[in-house]
Design a protein around this ligand. Structure first.
Ligand code: MD6
Ligand code: FE
Length: 200
């Protein structure tokens, strides 16, 4: 793996995972999941999304961007819960809090194509990811599209930190493995990514 990539398997215990799911259910009641579409083509993503924090990542026909309000309700996103702020402070190695927590929900055959997280202004902060629910095949590449890639299975409670040289590397989710976790009543997977968006 690239320098700055850290994999923390089972970093969150079962109780913490269950507590996070409860918190997320409340957040989603306030800021419903939406289906983003690709810029220009308008092709829908297979994942559904929402956000927590002062800024949320959205994608629509006009492009990718961060904004302070939900694209459908117009309301501000709910705050990032303390457990996630604590996780960031403990493992990010970055001295300022995250502003955005993107919530990606995978149901059925949802996946995520290879991409780079590059819509932020602050690349010296890592992106920190938390996996909940069914296992997923995570694909990690290098800084160029079309380079060599390798895969890693992410389980519920696993944390990934993409900092340093890995911060701007290509990555995606090939597929989710159904029935591999009992955390979510209806199955599927939730991925949380915590990001610092602006330069402090
Ligand atoms: C996912 N994760 O695990 C998608 N991005 O569902 C990401 O796109 C991601 O895991 C930046 C850093 C870590 C990640
Ligand atoms: Fe990403």
């Amino acid at each position: 793996m690239q320098p700055g990539f850290r994999y923390l398997p089972g970093h969150l215990g079962a109780d913490q995972q269950r507590q996070l799911v409860e918190t997320l259910r409340l957040a989603v009641a306030e800021a419903p999941l939406f289906t983003p579409v690709m810029p220009r083509t308008g092709r829908p993503f297979t994942v559904r999304m929402t956000n927590l924090g002062t800024l949320g990542w959205v994608s629509d026909r006009d492009g990718y961007r961060y904004q302070s309000t939900h694209p459908e309700t117009g309301k501000a996103w709910s705050p990032i819960p303390d457990t996630l702020l604590g996780l960031w402070r403990a493992v990010s190695g970055y001295p300022h809090d995250p502003e955005a927590c993107l919530v990606n929900v995978y149901k059925g055959g949802a996946k995520m194509g290879l991409h780079r997280d590059e819509d932020e202004e602050e690349f010296t902060a890592p992106v920190l990811s938390v996996s909940l629910g069914d296992m997923a095949v995570f694909r990690m590449g290098g800084p160029e599209r079309g380079g060599k890639t390798e895969t890693l299975k992410l389980s519920s409670g696993d944390v990934v930190v993409m900092g340093g040289a890995s911060r701007l590397c290509y990555h995606g989710i090939d597929r989710v493995l159904p029935g591999t976790s009992t955390l979510l009543k209806d199955g599927g997977r939730i991925n949380l990514t915590l990001r610092r968006v602006t330069k402090p």
